[in-house]
Design a protein around this ligand. Structure first.
Ligand code: BES
Ligand code: ZN
Ligand code: ZN
Length: 510
């Protein structure tokens, strides 16, 4: 098969450099986005008089309300600015990073539809009592990049209506000190999320376990401090990864264990370990899934994509942290060599696992990955996985679930979720759930003995492989992909990249 043109730096990077515009130059910007709160009737300060008057007039008329996610286009007369995008922000007191990002996404998509060449955010108008200007810089820049993303690798022809145009981003304000590093950070993080989206969007036949390994190696070549090593099927079996081997053994495309190291922190500081579920296609195995929507199981490596994206971002930002990452990659298919329900395998930890359901394969491959990272004596372990359909029952598509064995770590990740615009909501891990993991024949079964609490039982299983290390689990099965929305296009979202980067940036500050 023709090798796919693999890009570390996506075309999205052509948006850089982001321009910073002093207020006096605003009337020369092509397309200007202005935020308007529903309950603040004064036009944002610093606007050219004619614009402010027009906004007042249209508000009075009632055609522009500042209602959340309303985007209206104005065409100022004369030379200079071609169009204004007036963006409704809703009520001031209810503003938060999630709302701001949705508004920004809609504005970007509007600018794209209008074939704008450059979109200048009037940053201060998007700030407010609940949003600092610097946080607006982050949200507007990041969303500006996320919202333009489209996955087009597999199309040889683009119908005219599907053509999109790259819109350059600019930031205007009266006090722009400190904006440049914030914008640069947001840009790299968003591009890394888009990179993760491209990996996740690739069809199962075009992204096999070996291709994930190839992607990791390419990152290693792109960043001198980033090292990637790959263990092949024979090696990972020899090393004792019996759980990962069992999941991959039914496929003609063998599993691999990918390891990433980025050691840019203090020499003796314990690393932060990341693990990402890398099932390049999840058919369910012998416990095969129903046909409806099975194509979405190409996204079952979204956790792995997120881990690669986080390494890409950390390295590009030269983040002063020590990171180790593990991606257990496999294809879960039924065949004559596939694992059967009832099989017992020995995991890398030495614990034997009874495979009660071959479709609960994510926890199997992660079991070995979690044990594997313990050799680095990590300060924390965070795993990212499309682990359970049940998380959609619990939280729908609005948030990932976060669970773990240390309350402060779970709380930190929840907070990073709030700030990054990627919600993570805690679920409990109590003994009552742990008790559901009892096997008659092995040390542990790979599913609970009673229905219910599927997401928690999945986490309770993983907990058995972290050996008491502070650990958190992000279940992204509900957020890793979805329909087109105000920010994302249909397909992968890059779930986890922004949240974990927010958390790592905070950790690097300390
Ligand atoms: N990859 C699936 C989880 C999933 C479901 C991700 C829907 C995205 C959307 C996972 O491997 C799986 O099949 N889990 C089972 C576990 C069960 C058999 C214990 C599930 O959630 O039903
Ligand atoms: Zn499965
Ligand atoms: Zn799966």
């Amino acid at each position: 098969m023709k090798e796919l043109n693999f890009t570390i730096f996506m075309q999205e990077e052509s948006f850089v450099p982001i321009r910073f515009i002093p207020m006096a130059k605003l009337p020369q910007c092509e397309t200007v986005a202005v935020g308007l709160y529903a309950d603040d009737k004064a036009a944002p300060p610093g606007l050219p008089k004619a614009w402010a008057e027009e906004i007042r007039r249209l508000r009075k008329l009632g055609d522009i309300t500042g209602r959340l996610e309303e985007v209206s286009v104005l065409y100022p007369a004369g030379q200079g600015t071609s169009r204004l995008l007036l963006c409704g922000l809703g009520e001031q007191a209810k503003a938060d990073p999630h709302r701001l990002r949705r508004v920004a996404g809609r504005a970007v998509k509007k600018a794209q539809a209008l074939k704008a060449k450059e979109l200048t955010w009037l940053v201060d108008s998007f700030a407010g009592p609940m949003i600092k200007p610097i946080d607006a810089v982050q949200a507007l820049t990041g969303t500006g990049i996320l919202a333009q993303y489209q996955y087009r690798e597999c199309k040889t022809q683009l119908p005219a209506e599907e053509q999109t145009y790259a819109v350059r981003l600019a930031l205007a304000g009266s006090k722009t000190q400190g904006w440049q590093p914030a914008a640069r950070t947001a840009e790299i993080v968003a591009e890394s999320a888009n990179y993760a989206r491209t990996l996740a969007n690739r069809p199962g036949n075009r992204l096999l376990p070996a291709d994930l390994a190839q992607a990791a190696r390419a990152l290693g070549r792109a960043f001198p401090k980033l090292k990637a090593t790959v263990r092949n099927f024979a090696q990972l079996k020899r090393a004792g990864c019996g759980a990962l081997a069992a999941v991959g053994q039914g496929s003609a495309h063998p599993p691999v264990l990918i390891e990433l190291r980025y050691l840019a922190g203090r020499k003796n500081a314990r690393p932060i370990a990341l693990a990402g579920k890398g099932i390049t296609f999840d058919s369910g195995g012998i416990d095969i899934k129903p046909a409806a929507n099975m194509e979405n199981m190409k996204f079952d490596m979204s956790g792995a994509a997120a881990v690669l994206g986080i390494f890409r971002a950390a390295a590009a930002l030269r983040l002063p942290v020590n990171l180790v990452g593990v991606v257990p990659a496999a294809e879960n298919l039924p065949s004559g060599s596939a694992a059967r329900p009832g099989d017992v395998v020995t995991s890398l930890s030495g614990q034997t696992i009874e495979i009660l359901n071959t479709d609960a394969e994510g926890r199997l491959v992660l079991a070995d990955a979690l044990t594997y990272v313990l050799r680095y004596k990590p300060a924390y372990i965070v795993d990212i996985a499309t682990l359970t359909g049940a998380v959609v029952m619990a939280l729908g598509h609005a948030a990932m679930a976060v669970l773990g064995n240390q309350e402060t770590l779970v709380a930190e990740l929840g907070l990073a979720g709030e700030r990054s615009g990627e919600r993570a909501w805690p679920l409990p891990l109590w003994d009552e759930y742990r008790e559901l993991l009892k096997s008659e024949v092995a040390d542990v079964p790979n599913m609970g003995s009673k229905p219910g609490a599927g997401t928690i039982v999945g986490a309770a299983f993983l907990e058995k492989f972290v050996g008491g290390t502070p650990w958190a689990h992000l279940d992204i099965a509900g957020t890793a992909y979805g329909e087109a929305g105000p920010i994302y296009a249909k397909g992968a979202t890059g779930a986890g990249v922004r949240l974990v980067m927010e958390w790592l940036l905070e950790k690097a500050r300390k």
